[in-house]
Design a protein around this ligand. Structure first.
Ligand code: TPP
Length: 564
């Protein structure tokens, strides 16, 4: 049988470690889907719509390091651009693949379905260029190997999404077999001289300071190349305090004696902000400073920063390109001087652990009691997904036991992300105990994807916190638009069962009901369990309110007009 463009793409996806590809079919991609299906190493995963499909692939990339999302032209791809944007912002190599019109149609000036009704079919590629690190459109079958390899290699190296467009009449067209996969996957290593220079510059800079602190950001894990392990070695060699940005929670072990909490300005945990602001040198490792992570710019550190990034390091007064993060951290660990002054200070000012009151079973359910019960659920096999909303603040305050993982989409911040993302993640890590904390408003955006959790028998626990509306937005800027229609969420997820599913929907209005529901969720090993937790509309975290006020103030800065 002949070897085709579709076979080539399938083989490359399998070779880079993709085991599941997320799809929504459409006539422009059907032949391609057949080819992908024919590869024994790939399992096709259908999604309810392309937004969810792209977010499921986004979650799969978190678990697997790389993912693929296959959609049809325009009606599919334009929706999948949203999850692709997330992958860009969150530094995840998601390969977006779209079918496209027959190659004869453009030159014949045909009008086609699923298009804008003009005869220009390049717009989707042009749009994709803005939200991926490499966008290619195959126009002739013999170009496919070169273009597919180029897009995938760019994505893997940059840790960003890429885009591959394949016309409907080319997926089955004849094509050569792939060459060695190392040409696509081999990492770029550091420039030796730049690495040496960067490490000695860093040691020298740090030795001239009295109070160094390490601040960890979300790009640490995304960098791969052993950077997380290397950071622990470096931290131990330095002996200093290690604070973690909220989007990097779990990337430095929370039971490590040098962990000083989540640095999130005035809403930090364990007083991490007091030690970060006391520092006279801040080694920022893969950090991302946004209006959200700096609490409306109120917590932007005001000393010069040393930034170690995925492929370069920048210090006050120096810059080194092509220095890989893992290699840099490992190298620096061997040259740096021990200085634990910030740990000594931190141990003096560290707040005492807060005693959490256990509610009695008949007590009305509160946010604090929900957190207390979720805390008890976390173990070394847990991955906790926290959705945009008060779930961010409640999730960030939980203590992660060794081995527990934490997922948050703080840069893109798409409400509804957690449901499809947790689904995609669970397919790759069926052995992990996956818990999702999500608000009612967010859940309404992507609720359909619970039906895939049912279809694939995934025992995900969804803690849906129903506070009757968009509370986080109430704190930033209130209006009638923050009220939403209430649903019967427990009944809804059971509707997804159809005739053969194992989804359970439960409700909890008291502490005892939540305890029972969690027990039932643990017993339901064949499908998802959603627990609708009803709490008072005004029951939200102090952190959300404080953060919301500062973010609102940053949003409301008046325009600065030049020179008038
Ligand atoms: N649309 C998208 C796709 N993403 C967004 N982040 C927003 C709109 C703006 N937004 C941010 S949070 C939020 C909205 C609409 C409400 C979240 O409400 P809910 O999930 O109920 O969480 P709560 O704040 O009540 O904890």
């Amino acid at each position: 049988t002949k070897y085709t463009v579709g076979d080539y793409l399938a083989e490359r996806l399998a070779q880079i470690g993709i085991r599941h590809h997320f799809v929504v079919p459409g006539d422009y991609n059907l032949v391609l889907l057949d080819k992908l299906q024919a590869n024994p190493n790939l399992t096709e995963v259908g999604c309810a719509n392309e937004l969810n499909c792209s977010l499921a692939a986004e979650g799969y990339a978190r678990a697997n390091g790389v993912s693929a999302c296959v959609v049809t032209f325009s009606v599919g791809a334009l929706s999948a651009f949203n999850g692709t944007g997330s992958a860009y912002a969150e530094n995840l190599p998601l390969i977006l693949i779209s079918g496209s019109p027959n190659t004869n149609d453009a030159s014949q000036f045909h009008l086609l379905h699923h298009t804008l009704g003009t005869t220009d079919y390049s717009y989707q590629l042009e749009m994709a260029k803005k939200i991926t690190c490499c966008a290619v459109a195959v126009a002739r079958a013999h170009e496919a190997p070169r273009l597919i390899d180029r897009a995938i290699r760019h994505a893997l190296l940059a840790r960003k999404p890429c885009y591959i467009e394949i016309p409907t009449n080319l997926s089955g067209a004849e094509c050569v077999r792939p060459g060695p996969i190392s040409a696509v996957t081999d990492p770029v290593t550091s420039d030796k001289a730049a690495l040496e220079a960067a490490a000695s510059c860093a040691s020298e800079y740090l030795s001239g300071k009295l109070k160094p602190v390490i601040l960890v950001g979300p790009k640490l894990r995304r960098a791969g190349d052993g950077a997380e392990q290397a950071l622990i070695k470096l931290a131990e060699a330095m002996g200093c305090a290690v604070a973690v940005q909220p989007a990097a929670k779990g990337m430095f072990p929370e039971d490590h004696k040098q962990f000083v909490g989540i640095f999130w300005g005035t809403v930090s945990t364990d007083a991490a902000d007091s030690i970060v602001h006391w520092a006279d040198a801040l080694l920022c490792v893969g950090t991302v400073f946004t209006d959200y992570s700096t609490v409306g710019w109120t917590a932007m550190p005001d000393i010069p920063l040393m930034a170690a990034e995925m492929d370069h390091v920048t210090f006050p007064g120096a810059h080194f390109s092509r220095v890989r993060l893992g290699e840099f951290l490992s190298h620096l660990a061997t040259t740096v001087k021990f200085n634990n002054s910030t740990m000594i200070e931190y141990n003096r000012l560290k707040p005492d652990p807060v005693l959490v009151r256990t509610a009695t079973p008949s007590d009305e359910l509160t946010r604090k009691e929900i957190s207390r019960q979720i805390q008890a659920l976390l173990d070394s096999k847990t991955t906790l997904f926290v959705e945009t909303g008060d779930s961010w603040f409640n999730g960030v305050q939980l203590k992660l036991p060794p081995g527990a993982l934490f997922e948050i989409e703080m840069a893109w911040g798409h409400i509804g992300w957690s449901i499809p993302a947790a689904f995609g993640y669970a397919l790759r890590h069926p052995d992990r105990k996956i818990i999702v904390m999500v608000g009612d408003g967010s859940f309404q955006v992507t609720a359909q994807e619970v039906s895939q959790m049912v279809r694939f028998n995934l025992p995900i626990t969804i803690i849906l916190i129903n506070n009757r509306g968009y509370t986080i937005e109430v704190e930033i800027h209130d209006g009638s638009y923050n009220k939403i229609k209430n649903w019967n969420y427990a009944l809804l997820v059971q509707a997804f069962n159809g005739e053969d599913g194992n989804a359970k929907g439960l409700t909890a209005k008291t502490a005892g009901e939540l305890q029972d529901a969690i027990k039932a969720a643990e017993e339901n090993t064949k499908g998802p369990t959603l627990i609708e937790c009803s709490i008072d509309q005004d029951d939200c975290s102090r952190e959300l309110i404080t953060w919301g006020h500062f973010v609102a103030a940053a949003n409301a800065r008046p325009p600065r007009l030049p020179g008038i």
